[in-house]
Design a binder for this molecule. Structure first.
Ligand SMILES: *Cc1c(COP(=O)(O)O)cnc(C)c1O
Length: 406
């Protein structure tokens, strides 16, 4: 059943504008068709070409592609040697995969609170959660804003931790001019359609470390190696391989890699466009911040954001209503708003494991106020204007002591 827009009027948009979407052009289509016509649908040359393009963008020596970002995170935890008894500290403001990967290898995720301004994992909070069992840190570049990578790296070196950056949102971003991926021990990129670049489903780990690279490659293909330098026994002939670890079939296909390679040519154009659209939001929504109805997202001066998500922090006491009411009113205007994310440890599976509310009060309070506006490279200026018109219409109608504009 259709919901009426506010005051029973016509919605700002006739059709729902989604919060995220891929951009596929003719070159992408041709690249996939060419892969289909080639000798390899999987385990062919497109995978290494795609990996080289991602490694070049991230400024690393190595890249290993996987069937999705979650599998890539699982592989990173395996390569890092995380196992039972090990604790890994991560952010609660993320998609569940950032901590599920720790559970996959038998480790224990530990959640530390975020900074109220950047929404990123707060190193002061991380410090409070350190124990002799802490083995790794998985910060998340939430919304596309990269963490201060060098600061995290130094922190990890001081405490003997492995740094695995969840950069699912921030491919193409940078901090202090260093591309995302270039500093952590391992960095994960996701290639889901709403992410900066897509392969349909896909994930990549980039690293400078040869040991991690070899472990990632092995994990992706059942724990099998065909590299004679790594053999435990003597080779029995050219067919010989060894399965040395319990890996998985986590391979990406050549069709996907061909799409990813073609998309990577437009990475900086995509990120430029996302930055332009975000700036336009900033400009058009400034009055809403001035009124005190919502706080706009901020990117630190030294950071270049991938702008995966544009999130408003609603100032609910000024609006008289809950986030859900604002959300439903914007959906009724056909604005495909979304919410990212309920703190992971408050999801039922984590509750079953014994995690309880109150662990990270800043993240919990932020979650109650967050609303994600549409942002993706195919959006036009008119689309952004429509979103802002709807946001103004909805917020002004709820705000205390503010008259409704006609
Ligand atoms: C999308 C996402 C992942 C997982 O990536 P998939 O490719 O969907 O498996 C992990 N972490 C974060 C923060 C994400 O947004």
């Amino acid at each position: 059943m259709d919901k009426l827009a506010l005051h029973g009027g016509k919605p700002v948009r006739d059709k729902l504008l989604p919060y995220g979407s891929q951009s596929i052009d003719d070159a992408d289509i041709q690249a996939v068709v060419a892969a289909l016509q080639s000798d390899y649908l999987t385990q062919g040359p497109k995978i290494a070409e795609f990996e080289r393009a991602v490694a070049a963008a991230a400024g690393t020596e190595y890249a290993v592609a996987f069937c999705n970002g979650t599998a890539a995170l699982h592989a990173a935890c395996f390569a890092a040697g995380i196992g039972p008894g090990d604790e890994v500290i991560t952010s609660p403001l993320t998609f569940a995969a950032s901590s599920n990967c720790v559970l996959y290898v038998g480790g224990t995720p530990v959640f530390a609170d975020v900074d109220a301004n950047t929404y990123l994992l707060d190193l002061n909070e991380v410090e409070k959660k350190l124990t002799p069992r802490t083995k790794a840190l998985i910060p998340v570049d939430f919304t596309g804003q990269p963490v201060h990578m060098q600061q995290y790296k130094t922190f990890c070196q001081q405490h003997g931790l492995i740094l695995i950056q969840d950069a699912a949102h921030s491919l193409g971003g940078a901090y202090d001019g260093s591309p995302v991926g270039s500093i952590a021990d391992m960095t994960m990129f996701s290639f889901h359609p709403v992410k900066p670049v897509t392969t349909g489903e896909g994930g990549v780990i980039v690293t400078h470390n040869r040991h991690y690279y070899e472990r990632l490659m092995m994990f992706r293909t059942h724990g099998i190696t065909r590299n004679a330098d790594q053999f435990v026994h003597e080779s029995e002939g050219p067919w010989y391989y060894e399965m040395q670890e319990l890996g998985y079939n986590y391979r990406i296909t050549d069709l996907q890699a061909a799409l990813g390679l073609s998309q990577m040519h437009r990475l900086s154009a995509f990120i430029d466009k996302r930055n332009e659209l975000a700036s336009l939001y900033d400009k058009l929504l400034e009055p809403i911040e001035v009124e005190g109805w919502a706080r706009l997202p901020r990117v630190r001066e030294d950071a270049r954001s991938g702008w995966h998500l544009y999130i408003l922090e609603l100032q609910l006491p000024r609006l008289n209503v809950g986030r859900r009411t604002v959300f439903e009113a914007l959906r009724a205007e056909n604005i495909g708003v979304n919410v990212h994310y309920k703190p992971v440890y408050q999801l039922p599976y984590y509750e079953k494991l014994g995690y309880t509310g109150g662990l990270c009060p800043v993240a919990e309070a932020l979650y109650e106020t967050f609303i994600t506006l549409p942002l993706f490279p195919k959006m036009t200026e008119q689309d952004v204007q429509d979103v802002c018109t709807a946001v103004h219409k909805v917020l002004s109608s709820f705000a205390k002591n503010i008259s409704i504009p006609s």
